[in-house]
Ligand binder design. Structure first.
Ligand code: ADP
Length: 373
């Protein structure tokens, strides 16, 4: 039986392990917190720091393969493990490109993949000289996550909001839609594309609010989305599962925003709504089985279950019974003991043939379920 490790023990690791239970695989998780969402679902929990070279190296050296559920891991250790014969998904070289937003943007440019124009600023002094480039979005090169490394700078008077660290300053796109396209690619280079999804963002938190799959976009736009996402994934030259986030503007032009080299928030509905979920698909790639069928069985929506504003501490779920009474609604609570404002505590998938039903239920769930303390 193959031994496969996951760096990180959050909800993505948890859902990966739920899928792993269907396959002959012995699972390992490296994570600091023994009470993390994935801990009780793996065969072997190893306490350690995913950013620490020795912890990652020692964790990985007896394994057949290793994957990640978050980009903030020690890629030097992964590189060494790869040299010693451990299969790493995604390849450390791809991870290195994606992890740093400066390298990621440069990669799109080098591959002639459409992305918003940008300049690189090393520090605040350099940023201040870019007033003519505004309105723009400042994105810190390393360490940003879930909107926390991103500042919108529309006018020179708010330029001080920017980062005093190597960053990308990207032209503001007039976004008509945000789309996510998940692509699976195996070691032979065979690919499977999931139906593109519409992501609806919460403007204040910069977090995914809810999303609908398949995306409501014209065929011509969808073809651009798929072609661009495939170009990104092929350019990265690594097997694995990738989520490419794209912007569609009012003219129907498509730009890559960013890519995640791992299972992704925008693909959680695939557990119930698609033949092979994103988690199932990644195991097929890691264990060298045929790719699964990425098509949807039914359209779906996802509502994120986020910690409500003003509540921190031991979590309580208000309205869960009402949600569980709704038809074709699937609840996923991640098992985190503590809530805080905006923390991802779970998600809810709705499936339906009728897209109006999806939007209606998504709003009803958002108004019914509250994560408090
Ligand atoms: P993160 O990696 O933290 O998710 P993103 O780069 O995806 O950060 O940016 C977060 C959000 O900010 C995007 O989903 C989008 O709504 C907005 N945004 C990012 N870049 C641009 C841009 N160039 N133009 C307009 N809005 C943007």
């Amino acid at each position: 039986m193959q031994k496969v490790g996951i760096l990180g023990g959050g909800q993505l690791g948890r859902m990966l392990l739920q899928s792993a239970a269907n396959y002959p695989v012995e699972t390992y998780v490296l994570e600091n917190d023994p009470a993390c969402p994935a801990a009780h679902l793996c065969h072997h929990f190893v306490k350690g720091d995913i950013q620490n070279f020795d912890d990652v190296y020692n964790f990985g050296k007896g394994l057949d393969a290793i994957t990640i559920e978050i980009e903030a891991v020690n890629e030097d250790a992964l590189e060494k493990l790869e040299k010693e014969g451990v299969k790493v998904y995604p390849k450390p070289s791809a991870l290195r490109t994606i992890k740093n937003k400066i390298l990621q943007k440069q990669f799109y440019k080098d591959q002639q993949i459409p992305t918003a124009p940008f300049v690189i600023t090393q520090n605040k002094g350099e940023l201040r000289q870019q007033t003519s480039f505004l309105p723009a979005v400042h994105k810190v090169g390393l360490g940003g996550y879930d909107g926390r490394g991103v500042q919108v700078i529309k006018t020179p008077d708010v330029i001080e909001k920017g980062f005093d660290a190597p960053s990308v300053l990207e032209k503001m796109v007039t976004i008509h839609k945000e789309i996510a396209q998940i692509v699976a690619i195996n070691a032979k280079g065979e690919t499977a594309l999931y139906p593109a999804v519409d992501m609806v963002m919460d403007q204040s938190l910069n977090l995914l609010d809810y999303q609908i799959s398949p995306a409501d976009i014209p065929d011509k736009t969808l073809w651009k989305v798929e072609a661009i996402a495939l170009a990104v994934v092929k350019g990265l030259k690594s097997p694995g599962l990738f989520a490419v986030e794209l912007f569609v503007d009012k003219q129907g032009d498509v730009f890559v925003n960013e890519t995640a080299p791992r299972v992704h928030n925008s693909g959680h509905h695939t557990i119930e709504a698609n033949y092979s979920s994103q988690f199932d698909m990644l195991w097929r790639i890691i264990l060298d089985y045929p790719l699964g069928n990425a098509d949807h069985i039914l359209p779906a929506a996802i509502v994120n279950v986020l910690g409500a504003d003003g509540f921190s501490g031991e979590v309580k779920y208000e309205g869960l019974n009402e949600v569980l009474q709704m038809d074709n609604v699937f609840v996923h609570i991640y098992g985190k003991k503590q809530t805080k404002p905006g923390r991802k505590m779970g998600h809810i998938t709705i499936v339906s043939k009728d897209k109006h039903d999806l939007a209606y239920k998504a709003h009803r769930i958002k108004n019914t379920l509250k994560v408090i303390s």
